[in-house]
Design a protein around this ligand. Structure first.
Ligand code: ATP
Length: 945
């Protein structure tokens, strides 16, 4: 009673669960779900709710927890879950009053919760039509709608609903329905005890989720009314089995039958499966099910679980018995249950006939399949034939392929052979090219070697030339130093002389002073004497004034004697002039008698750095007498018997000067030729000999022939002044180098650059050189400056090229013009002092390049000189004399002819090393010496007086 009171109290609370249940009981439309809850259940719920609110847990709460949850879930508004989407909505919404054997309205069962319209379309071809689930719709709410079906394809995913729709659930309760055995299924049967193959359990024919991985959560399952059974699933079975649900017995056996997997509908035939869509949705021909409609409202649902804690159906039933329901309603229920049972029985009968129809359908299907199998067999046979044909083609193709492979191998072999042959030929060509390239490179190497050798030779020759140039430069420097030393010595001597003179002057002054003092004394005494003399003279005047006539006569006699003396003096001078003319004539005759070309030989002394071992043996047989011979021992020669012998070469000249001879002695011999130049003759004195033999020393040294000649000329000219002669002297100093004329008194920078031409006045016998500096020698001292200037220019030129003194001819030209103002005579002579270049032979010099050119020019000019002398010696004065063969002979044309006097110095080196050149020079000089040049002609004119 307390509970009832409590329930009543709760029922009065609007919105409370008890209130809702009360309203529901009174058929008041307060909620959509009009579930009828059994009193017992309601009481339990009320009790649980009360306990819950009071915070006390009633006994068995835990065991009944899920049940309580189900209770809440049961009163919740039905949830619409689409478990199947019919391909034909009209069919889905069609009432379940369709004919049970209408195949178009056969049930369609799907496992998928997703719509699969195509599956329905395909199933149509197998006479599987969509079967709308029989059940109530939302438009017709059912109070116990845990299995609330859907309208228009939307219904809760109720497992029971599936059960109803499946074939298995249409069978009578407690019996398993085996699907028709077909030939296709035989292989799938596993033992006699199994009603269905194990693999088919829980497969396509049931929408009951058997695995623990139920797609719907347990709680959701409660709401949706689906059944998930497994290890953790709780079973929710609608107590109120709606007519469309097919579960009309709330007893335990019926529930077990529902849950028995063997009651699931059989697997559709394989042929059907073959045509099933991948969506795993398929249709099976369903036996016609006639859905009975419950004439009355179904009893209130009974909540059951599979758990042991759930009271069994008997208990429930016992509880129901214990409830306070009235008997009338129970009788009504029993009647209804009986009616339902009867309906079910009738339905089962109808289903049995439906199964028979299904068997018939299966049989026809089997026959169709057998036909199909026959067709497939034929197809298989044709395919085999085709396979055989293909095998033959394959064999043929393999043979062809082998043949092609063999041909390809042959072709590859040929190609390989050809490539080897080509490779071999390429190798041979490469080898030839390499040989040719190597030969070409060897030739280039040889050419380069030759080129480098020649360059090395040139460089060596150049170095040798430079060395020689340096040597000669140093020799020149030594010579210069020696000249400077000589000058200094001369200056010192002159200073000493001056000192001596000053000393003597001082002595003389002292003597003069002494004399003056003495004279003063004498004068004093003389003055006394003079005074006495004056007195005596006064007495004499007085006496003479008495004898004037006698004195006049004596004066006239003295004057006459003086006039006689003057006449006698004039006669004497005239006689002297005549004697001078006669002397010149006689001098010239003497010179002519001596020969117009004379040869002197001079041997220079050994130098300090030349020991006696280097000196060649030379003897001077007539040194004490005339000194005209020289004996030279030739180089050692081996006789046929092996004895070493030396030839004696004796040469005879106009004069031979030995090593001890001095320039003064030499000049004495040539001074007469200088006099001849003063007398108006052309004189040519040249030195011939090899380099270093003493030519420059003889000709141009401080006491050489040139300065001595100038001094002599000055002295002679001064002496001739009293005889009426006045002389003017002009000097030129030129150089013939490489057949070019250079002015040694000009600008040194113009050496070898400025061109000078030689012009001859054939009528006057004069030679003119263009653009040449002429120095008038006003004093004999000027010749020294001339010589120094020329030597300086040659040294400058030597630094530019080589030793010019030995590689060029130098010609000092002194033009002497004399005029006798008494007699009117004029003379014009030329003195040429020539220092020839070294006469060494080309083969001995070993010269190359520029030096070779010099040597060739030197040899040519010396050879031309010899030719000219030889031509003159042959008496061809009127004939052709080859003066033009060289610049030197052309320059000396009027000094080498018949009216000129020529003196040749052959200079000899005392060195053994120069012996060969010495002999050559002496032989050449002998030839010149043996030449007789015709009578010289004096260039003198006598002015008509
Ligand atoms: N009679 C001599 N007495 C002393 N020394 C001499 C004599 N003759 C030559 N010499 C010396 O010998 C050296 C060579 O003489 P020199 O230069 O005159 O020869 P060269 O024939 O003129 O040579 P180059 O042809 O090169 O001019 C000089 O040092 C010179 O002083």
């Amino acid at each position: 009673m307390d509970d009832e009171n409590m329930v009543n109290k709760l029922a009065r609370i609007p919105g409370s669960l008890a209130h809702i249940l009360t309203c529901y009981r009174q058929n008041q439309p307060r909620v959509q779900n009009r579930s009828r809850i059994p009193q017992g259940t309601l009481r339990e719920m009320n009790s649980a709710t009360a306990n819950s609110r009071s915070g006390l847990l009633p006994p068995g709460f835990i065991a009944n927890k899920s049940l309580s949850r189900m209770a809440f879930s049961a009163i919740a508004p039905p949830r619409l879950v689409t478990s199947k989407v019919s391909a034909n909505p009209s069919e889905a919404t069609r009432p379940t009053t369709a004919g049970p054997y209408d195949q178009k309205k056969s049930a369609s069962v799907t496992r998928s919760t997703t719509p699969a319209p195509k599956a329905h379309a395909r199933n149509n071809s197998h006479a599987a039509s969509t079967m709308s689930r029989i059940g109530s719709t939302t438009a017709r709410p059912t109070p116990g709608s845990y299995t609330a079906s859907v309208g228009h394809g939307a219904r809760p995913a109720s497992a029971l609903a599936h059960s109803n729709s499946s074939l298995g659930l249409r069978k009578p309760l407690g019996s398993s329905v085996q699907r028709p055995a077909t030939s296709l299924d035989t292989h799938a049967e596993d033992g006699a005890g199994s009603v269905l193959p194990q693999k088919r359990k829980g497969t396509q024919f049931s929408s009951i989720n058997r695995s623990s991985s139920c797609p719907v959560a347990p709680e959701d399952s409660h709401r949706s009314g689906s059944i998930c059974y497994g290890s953790t699933a709780k079973l929710l079975v609608p107590f109120e089995a709606g007519p469309k649900e097919g579960v009309n017995h709330p007893d335990q056996d019926s529930l077990k039958a529902l849950l028995d997997p063997s009651n699931l509908p059989p697997k559709p035939p394989e042929a059907f499966q073959n045509h099933a869509t991948p969506s795993k949705s398929y249709s099976v021909p369903m036996p016609p099910v006639r859905t009975p409609r419950s004439p009355k409202r179904p009893p209130p649902p009974l909540f059951l679980t599979k758990d042991s804690s759930t009271p069994s159906s008997n208990q429930i039933f016992q509880n129901n018995v214990d409830t306070e329901w009235n008997h009338e309603s129970r009788e009504r229920n029993m009647d209804e249950m009986f009616m339902t049972f009867m309906t079910r029985m009738t339905q089962q009968g109808q289903e049995a006939s439906g199964w028979k129809d299904s068997v018939e359908i299966y049989k026809s299907r089997i026959s169709e399949l057998e036909k199909a199998r026959d067709g497939l067999s034929e197809t298989n046979l044709s395919l085999k034939v085709e396979m055989e044909h293909l095998k033959q083609q394959l064999t043929t193709a393999e043979n062809a392929m082998k043949e092609a492979r063999r041909e390809q191998e042959i072709a590859l072999d040929d190609l390989d052979r050809r490539q080897r042959a080509e490779l071999e030929s390429i190798k041979q060509e490469n080898k030839k090219e390499q040989d040719a390239t190597a030969a070409y490179h060897r030739e280039q190497l040889r050419e380069l070697k030759r080129k480098f050798d020649s360059e090395i030779e040139d460089e060596k020759a150049k170095r040798v030339r430079d060395l020689s140039q340096l040597t000669s430069q140093s020799a020149m420097d030594v010579q210069k130093s020696q000249i400077e030393l000589n000058n200094k010595e001369r200056e010192l001597a002159s200073l000493r002389t001056d000192f001596e003179n000053l000393k003597s002057d001082l002595d003389r002054e002292r003597k003069i002073v002494h004399d003056l003092r003495h004279n003063l004394d004498t004068s004093n005494s003389n003055s006394v004497t003079l005074e006495s003399t004056i007195r005596a003279l006064k007495a004499r005047i007085e006496f003479l004034e008495g004898g004037r006539e006698e004195q006049s006569q004596a004066f006239e006699s003295c004057n006459q004697r003086m006039m006689d003396a003057l006449a006698e003096t004039e006669a004497t001078k005239e006689k002297l002039r005549k004697e001078e003319t006669l002397r010149r004539k006689l001098h010239n005759q003497v010179q002519e008698l001596k020969g117009n070309i004379r040869v002197f030989c001079r041997v220079r002394p050994p130098l300090n750095n030349e020991p006696a071992t280097m000196i060649a043996p030379m003897q001077y047989p007539d040194d004490a007498e005339e000194s005209k011979e020289i004996n030279v021992q030739g180089p050692e020669e081996k006789t046929s018997l092996g004895a070493v012998t030396r030839k004696n070469h004796t040469f005879s000249f106009d004069r031979v000067f030995g090593p001890s001879s001095q320039n003064a002695e030499v000049f004495d011999e040539i001074s007469q030729l200088v006099q001849s130049a003063l007398d108006g003759y052309n004189v040519c004195i040249f030195c011939y000999g090899q380099t270093g033999s003493g030519k420059t020393h003889t000709m141009s040294s401080g006491d050489g022939m040139i300065p001595r000649a100038v001094h002599q000329i000055y002295d002679t000219a001064r002496g001739l002044e009293e005889k009426g002669w006045r002389y003017t002297m002009e000097g030129n100093f030129v150089e013939v180098y490489n057949e070019n004329l250079n002015d040694l008194l000009g600008n040194p920078d113009e050496l070898d650059k400025k061109k000078h031409e030689i012009r001859h006045d054939m009528q006057r016998g004069k030679t003119i050189i263009t653009d040449i500096n002429t120095v008038e020698l006003e004093s004999p001292e000027m010749v020294e400056s001339i010589l120094e200037r020329a030597a300086a220019n040659r040294s400058v030129a030597a630094t530019k090229a080589n030793e010019r003194s030995s590689r060029s001819h130098s010609v000092f030209i002194l033009k002497l013009k004399g005029e006798n103002h008494i007699t009117g005579e004029r003379s014009e002579g030329t003195l040429n002092l020539v220092d020839l270049a070294g006469s060494e032979r080309l083969s001995h010099s070993g010269a190359t390049g520029e030096r070779l050119k010099e040597t060739q020019n030197i040899n040519r000019s010396l050879s031309s000189l010899g030719d000219v002398i030889a031509a003159l010696g042959q008496g061809k004065d009127g004939g052709h004399i080859p003066y033009r063969n060289s610049k030197l002979t052309y320059l000396l044309q009027f000094s080498l002819g018949g009216n000129s006097k020529t003196l040749m110095f052959v200079m000899v080196s005392p060195l053994q090393a120069h012996l060969s050149e010495t002999l050559t020079s002496l032989k050449f000089a002998t030839k010149v010496h043996n030449t007789h040049i015709g009578t010289a002609k004096r260039q003198a004119r006598v002015r008509d007086c």
